[in-house]
Ligand binder design. Structure first.
Ligand code: C5P
Length: 326
């Protein structure tokens, strides 16, 4: 087993300098002193998410279009001697032990491909946790890619994909990012032409987290679907790209096809979600839950409209992030 020494106290991790941000005293800024890597671990939204059927292994067969966002966690990786793996994280509510998916990713790649190598990981969280934005999965994929580089392992993409799929259904998407169709339980990735560049407003009730297994369970899914909306979405995306001037209606037509079969499960667990969706619609937005929630996203070319809606929602106490597709 790897030697996992975990601490939230930056000061006791040798080789790192840590300073506290004066504006946000709970946030620790960690800067590697030696040669290391600074990496961005982006958030995602699900532009479509359709459940085809419930599988015998308890998972749900999916068809989902995933989209990388320009909003990221920050991760520093640095070589550490004697096969040690250490994680520091500025979020005191995240486990720094092996429960943390980033550290599990480091441990997995070390066990399989580099038993004598070690690393310091410093994770600066910006993506809300358990919010349907894939933050933990993205951190894990970024650790796999980063350690592959840092330790000069030259692993084939298929080997990284295999490790990623073992860590979680959403993790393989973050190895490639961009816009992609995910199938199976979410781990089979087909890159797609990029979704049009647009602004994205993320909104969730404050302090609300949702457990993905609970949302799937609350659905009690017994239907069989073909995933037609996702197929149409993918077709439209493929047809719409390559036209040099771009189709001005493409974004609007894609937004019409967005769907998330997990909404009903999340709405049954969190009462505030249904009224929040209605409120966003009354503001002229087209909200959809991302993944298992509880974050809604709304996409538009109109930055001012999203900014004004975001200001209003912030004043009403909602957690709001304004970003864009990547
Ligand atoms: O793969 P991951 O560990 O992220 O999945 C967490 C849980 O979410 C699974 O144990 C399962 O309960 C549920 N899940 C599912 N179908 C999927 C993905 C996840 O039922 N396609």
């Amino acid at each position: 087993m790897p030697n996992v020494a975990a601490s939230r106290d930056c000061q006791i991790i040798s080789g790192w300098s840590a300073t506290f941000n004066q504006d946000e005293p709970d946030k620790v800024k960690c800067v590697p002193l030696h040669k290391g890597l600074k990496l961005y671990a982006p958030a995602k939204i699900n532009l479509t998410l359709e459940i085809l059927y419930r599988r015998a292994d308890g998972y749900h067969q999916l068809q989902t279009v995933m989209q990388e966002l320009a909003y990221s966690d920050l991760l520093y990786l640095e070589e550490c001697p004697a096969g040690r793996l250490e994680l520091i994280c500025d979020d005191p509510f995240l486990p720094s032990s092996e429960e943390n998916l980033a550290l599990r990713a480091a441990s997995l790649i070390q066990q399989h491909y580099a038993p004598h190598r070690g690393a310091h990981l410093a994770l600066y969280k910006k993506i809300p946790v358990a919010a349907g934005l894939g933050g933990g999965s993205s951190d894990a994929a970024t650790v796999l890619k980063g350690l592959n580089d840092l330790w000069q392992l030259n692993l084939a993409p298929a080997s990284l994909q295999e490790l990623a799929a073992r860590l979680g259904s959403d993790v393989p998407f973050f190895l490639c990012g961009g816009t992609a169709l995910a199938q199976g339980r979410g781990e089979i990735i087909h890159p797609l032409p990029p979704f049009p560049r647009a602004f994205v407003l993320l909104v969730s009730p404050p302090g609300t987290e949702l457990s993905t297994p609970l949302v799937y369970r609350s659905l009690k899914w017994d239907k069989i679907k073909s995933g037609e909306k996702t197929a149409n979405f993918v077709q439209l995306l493929r047809d719409g790209t390559g036209k040099s001037s771009g189709d001005p209606d493409l974004l609007a037509r894609l937004l019409e096809l967005m769907v998330n079969d997990l909404e009903a499960g999340a709405f049954a667990l969190v009462r505030e979600l249904s009224p929040l969706k209605k409120m966003l619609q009354e503001m002229g937005l087209k909200p959809l839950l991302s993944g298992s929630g509880p974050t809604f996203f709304a996409i538009s070319n109109d930055h001012e409209k999203l900014r004004a809606a975001g200001d209003e929602l912030t004043s009403r106490g909602y957690r709001v992030i304004l970003t864009s597709t990547k």
